[in-house]
Design a protein around this ligand. Sequence first.
Ligand code: AP5
Length: 215
Amino acid sequence: MNLILMGAPGAGKGTQASMIVGKYRIPHIATGDILRKTVADKTPLGLTAKSYMDKGELVPDEVVIGIIREHLSKSGVSKGFLLDGFPRTIAQAEALSQMLEELGKKVDAVVNIEASEEELVRRLTGRRTCKKCGRIYHLVVDPPRSPEVCDICSGELYQRSDDSETTVRNRLKVYQKETFPLIEYYKKKGLLNVIDGEHEVEEVFEDVDKLLKNL
Ligand code: AP5
């Protein structure tokens, strides 16, 4: 199963992605996570990426397209993949389509999770993530037992540097300008499926799961 998971910042892509890959056992390719790892490792790519990510801007297309090319050419994706946070521009979508054609693969479905702007801001400003296992929490909706420690692996919880309200508002503006047009792009290709992301996490997953079972 080859899937693209879309949605504005905070729509719940990472949360749903971990449930999807847990059930369907396909590799999770999340450009945001990959870029944050390059930033943490202080690689030259990470230094470039950080300057964009801290402002809530998109990292240049050629950088993320290169990352995806590398991941899609690995043998692990032979049984499928879940792309999370890619593509985010029409140029990225076109590059993906060409890459998949060269690899003899195609996208089976695009899942777009929707939520209102105020809900997105509320979710992002309350998010905490585990440094060790990546588990995502929300201080109000899905709080950890202790505010700084992961319930699962006792790893340290942190707030992403791009989750301040000012940066979140800019990420949402960038999303509207650069990524929103992809909804129409995939609709025209007959691949788009819309999921209401404003329900509880498990209810959203039930809807996603229903959709995936019918593919
Ligand atoms: P990325 O890491 O992809 O961030 P994003 O798209 O902005 O999305 P988020 O990870 O912030 O949110 P999410 O939808 O995964 O929500 P989550 O599940 O965590 O990208 C970061 C940056 O990297 C970009 O700004 C850009 O600079 C760069 N980048 C990445 N990809 C790129 C690309 N392709 N091109 C160029 N640049 C790129 O949930 C959020 C919170 O809500 C959590 O606290 C969670 O617990 C809570 N929550 C989740 N679901 C629910 C629910 N149903 N009800 C209540 N709360 C919920």
